[in-house]
Ligand binder design. Structure first.
Ligand code: C2O
Ligand code: CU
Length: 457
């Protein structure tokens, strides 16, 4: 079965449901198999892997600067871990199997404890056998609440992802599909927002909404736009922008987030939408049916959110060390050779090992870190995309800031989308000791070569 995007929309399967919110300071999250009705009614439910019985997992709400503790219990048939994407955690809590912790075996558990320093929109996901584990459902939203939150009527997560369903509603088991790895990754045939129901939300006209968009797809880039909503982008990847940005078209690479604050301005009886506008076609992802206003419209300008502590870290660009990273490989620009597991190999030999990409000639995780930095150093990385595909480069444990070609500083992010042929530079202040992964968040690329790590001592 192949569902077209239009069918998905027609079934209402892309509607909106806010999962249970969880506020407890200590809690248990059980990773376990489950089932969810993803395909249209009449087709079978889809066997999935869940955190806490649902996919996405429960919306975790943490308080900025307050300790958080969570016990992961693994009731899956294989080992797993949890990574707190975008949160500056102590290294031992980062959840990278084999680099920062041992895998959590079936029947075993692991206690995660950290204090989130920065407010904003994040997410958590398994960080082991990631293409398969995320494709099967092991991810969920995480919000770190500001001590002084902005004035809005509703605060909603829109957790976006795709699924590849076959026969007719099972997650396709071709997790190591070589064609996907060498191209744009594992793209699904079914897009969902939060959980999948036929539910539709209604909202009074002139309500002010905070919408937290999270791209939790393994490989898909979302191209989004809104209608009937007016406002601004107030944060990206959890970090407030200095001056709210016009919404226009929003490109979200895998792992990236955007927070919008918008007023519902569509007339009563109509729909306000967050839509996927990929290739000029519009498909609603979240629909808000507008009801009678319950208040006057607020002043239209959206005040900026308070900056996070991460954004106060000094970036001394002139004194900074510069280490370019060239991305190579993939279809159309195949790798000639690369170093894989300590051995120099040609492209053909690499392909037989399921390896298609390199970072500065290194294919997949090296034994020694790409770089060792001393705490307090500023590093600049120009990402040079010499491939024919976009890549979403993600650094663990830190936030970086884009450096434009004229030397001015751009947005703070933890994941940057670099288009084919582009050079995009980032700078960050290495202040968090430990071993930190740096990888493409298109997880099919990560698995087939685009992963390395740095060490901060
Ligand atoms: Cu979102 Cu290495 O992770
Ligand atoms: Cu990539």
């Amino acid at each position: 079965m192949r569902l077209t995007r239009r069918q998905m929309l027609a079934t209402g399967a892309a509607a909106l449901l806010v999962p249970g919110r969880s506020r407890a300071a200590t809690q248990t999250l059980v990773a376990k198999p489950g089932e969810v009705q993803l395909a249209p009614v009449g087709l079978p439910a889809t066997p999935v892997w869940t955190f806490g019985g649902t996919t996405p997992g429960p919306e975790l709400r943490l308080q900025q600067g307050k300790p958080f503790e969570l016990m992961l219990d693994n009731a899956l048939p294989e080992a797993t871990t949890v990574h707190w994407h975008g949160i500056r955690v102590p290294n031992a809590m980062d959840g990278v199997a084999g680099l920062t912790q041992d895998p959590v075996l079936p029947g075993a558990g692991f206690r995660y404890a950290f204090t989130p320093p920065d407010a904003g929109t994040y997410w958590y996901h398994a960080h082991m056998n990631s293409v398969e584990q995320l494709s099967r459902g092991l991810s969920g939203p995480l919000v770190v609440e500001e001590t002084d939150p902005p004035d809005v009527d509703r605060d909603e997560v829109l957790f976006l992802r795709d699924w590849r369903l076959v026969d007719p509603a099972n997650v396709s088991p071709d997790f190591d599909n070589h064609h996907d790895m060498a191209h744009a990754g594992r793209l699904g045939n079914f897009v969902t927002v939060n959980a999948m129901t036929e539910q539709r939300q209604s909202v009074p006209r002139y309500s002010r909404l905070r919408l937290r968009l999270i791209n939790a797809a393994t490989d898909r880039v979302f191209e989004l736009a809104t209608s009937g909503l007016s406002g601004a982008i107030v944060a990206v990847d959890g970090m407030p922008v200095e001056a709210p940005l016009p919404i226009g078209q929003i490109f979200l690479g895998p792992g990236q987030r955007a927070d919008l604050i918008v007023d519902v301005t569509a007339p009563e009886g109509e729909d306000a939408l967050v839509a996927d506008v990929f290739r000029g076609e519009t498909f609603a992802l979240a629909s808000f049916t507008v009801t009678a206003p319950e208040r006057e419209r607020r002043a239209p300008d959206i005040p900026p959110l308070a900056q996070n502590p991460a954004q106060a870290l000094a970036l001394d660009l002139d004194a900074a060390r510069i280490e370019p990273m060239e991305m190579q490989g993939g279809a159309m620009r195949g790798l000639r050779s690369g170093t894989y597991q300590g051995e120099q190999m040609d492209g053909r030999a690499l392909a037989t090992k399921g390896q298609y990409w390199s970072l500065n000639g290194q294919v997949n995780m090296p034994d020694a870190p790409w770089l060792t930095l001393s705490a307090g150093e500023t590093l600049r990385i120009p990402f040079i995309n010499a491939t024919a595909f976009p890549h979403a480069m993600h650094l663990h444990g830190h936030h970086f800031r884009e450096v434009y070609q004229n030397g001015t500083l751009g947005l703070w992010r933890d994941t940057i989308l670099v288009d084919p042929g582009q050079v995009r530079e980032v700078a960050f202040h290495a202040d968090n000791p430990g071993r930190w992964l740096l990888h493409c968040h298109m997880l099919s690329h990560r698995m087939s070569g685009m992963a390395t790590w740095i060490e901060v001592i």
